[in-house]
Design a binder for this molecule. Sequence first.
Ligand code: SF4
Ligand code: F3S
Length: 107
Amino acid sequence: MTFVVTESCIRCKYTDCVDVCPTDAFREGPNFLVIAPDDCIDCGVCVPECPVQAIYAGEDVPPDQQDFTALNAELAQQWKPITRTKPALPDADAWAAVAAKRDLLQR
Ligand code: SF4
Ligand code: F3S
């Protein structure tokens, strides 16, 4: 089992999660991060760092977000590692209040 980034990260990308990860498991896309399942050691320290509660343990991913588990694995093979926290995307705070935004995910 691995940890998974879900929909609320889209268009926010606060990246507070990145600095605490002991294995540099995060990968970065244009407006979303994913966790590489092969690098995640299931420590859970990234979960409370995310201001929009986007990160879940695999077994706790909400029913309507289950597809994000496979999506994290798929995109982790395509995107490059991000190892340091950086500024959030413009308008991140406005997008944090938007629940349905999966169609806005850029690959
Ligand atoms: Fe990194 Fe731990 Fe989060 Fe996995 S659970 S992505 S190892 S901080
Ligand atoms: Fe995304 Fe939350 Fe990390 S918004 S980039 S999962 S801190």
